[in-house]
Write a protein of this length. Structure first.
Length: 354
């Protein structure tokens, strides 16, 4: 019996530290699991507001930009990364509402996304509309990021009328801006185009800068080496009714690019602000670069954007040489692979959000 007691006592001495260690390991595992769950939650779906000027196929302005539509489709596809809380429209908002509704009907099967009509001419900062009221209401409830791929009028109105809401905006990603004297031309460089979103309402961007809201600029420079030619999107011609519609809309837009730039196809400019949120590693950036509105001679060569009345204009420019209190993050280039992400968006099985 004494031998058994001795063995038992020896086992207690031997296994007590082991049992204690296992107990601590178990407790540590539970704590670690909780930490990991909380940590993963910090990278949960990002809630965004989508401000756009949807003009694809507009019969009064055809051919018109198709990249706003592709950007919206891309945002819907990557719904696990970004969740659209609302869509606000600017420029020809009645038509914009029509085409946006069609895109959502074709590509979205999740929670309904509301669409709001905003500034129709983008020249009325401070005038409330359906979109600005909705955006202000959404910001009062929660902090959000904003993807802004049209003129900044709607956003500027919210910031002007409700400056206290600036702190509710985590970041605004604009398709706009340039470094000093960077010409907006590509392909065979036959013409120089304007920074459309800035030119439509330059005062709106000044309002945004003065609000001190964090801003990301991802415009022409970031996008100019992206290119979709007919061979990239001709698969749409064999798709469903809406895909065929997109194909037929892409064709005249591509032809217009050939007239202006000497190459048939188009650059999907507005996809980069969305890509900044969904695929940030596919971009190169200037961090905390001083930015301001600068008045200079109008460098656009298109008759419609350069006339006797607008020989001078305001540019949204970023440079480390500038003395400006306003600093932004400037996406100046996409890296190889982002173009494939855009194409995969168009080829993806729909609807998204099931």
């Amino acid at each position: 019996m004494s031998i058994l007691r001795t063995l038992s006592s020896s086992q207690d001495v031997l296994f007590k530290p082991i049992n204690l260690m296992l107990k601590y390991i178990k407790s540590f595992s539970v704590v670690l699991l909780v930490i990991l769950l909380n940590f993963s939650g910090s990278f949960a779906q990002e809630k965004i507001w989508f401000d756009t000027d949807q003009l694809m196929g507009n019969p009064e302005r055809a051919p018109r930009e198709v990249d706003d539509a592709i950007a919206l489709i891309m945002a819907l596809k990557y719904h696990k990364d970004i969740q659209i809380e609302g869509i606000s429209l600017g420029t020809d908002v009645d038509y914009g509402h029509e085409i946006t509704s069609k895109i959502l009907k074709e590509y979205w099967a999740g929670k309904p996304i509301p669409i709001y009509k905003g500034s129709d001419k983008c020249k009325d900062i401070g005038v409330e509309n359906e979109a600005t009221i909705a955006l202000a209401a959404a910001l009062k409830k929660q902090k959000m990021r904003i993807v802004a791929i049209g003129p900044a009028t709607n956003i500027a109105t919210v910031l002007k009328n409700h400056p206290e809401l600036a702190k509710q905006i985590k970041e605004i990603v604009f398709c706009a801006g340039r470094t000093p004297d960077y010409p907006f031309t590509f392909g065979l460089e036959r013409i120089t185009v304007s920074d459309y979103n800035v030119d439509r309402d330059p005062e709106a961007f000044q309002v945004v800068l003065e609000s001190k809201v964090p801003v990301v600029l991802s415009g022409f420079q970031c996008s100019e080496y992206l290119f979709l030619g007919k061979t990239d999107y001709e698969f749409l011609a064999k798709g469903d009714e809406f895909e065929k519609y997109m194909y037929e809309t892409f064709l005249p837009w591509s032809a217009r690019m050939k007239t202006g730039f000497g190459i048939e196809g188009f650059v999907p400019w507005d996809t980069t602000p969305v890509g900044y949120l969904t695929h940030p590693n596919y971009f190169k950036y200037y961090e905390d670069i001083p930015t301001k509105m600068v008045e200079k001679d109008n460098d656009a060569t298109l008759p419609l954007v350069k006339s006797k009345e607008n020989k001078r204009k305001l540019y949204l420019e970023s440079s480390y040489d500038y003395d400006s209190p306003y600093k932004v993050k400037f996406a100046y280039r996409t890296v190889l692979g982002f173009e494939e992400i855009v194409l995969e968006t168009l080829k993806a099985e729909k609807p998204f959000g099931k």
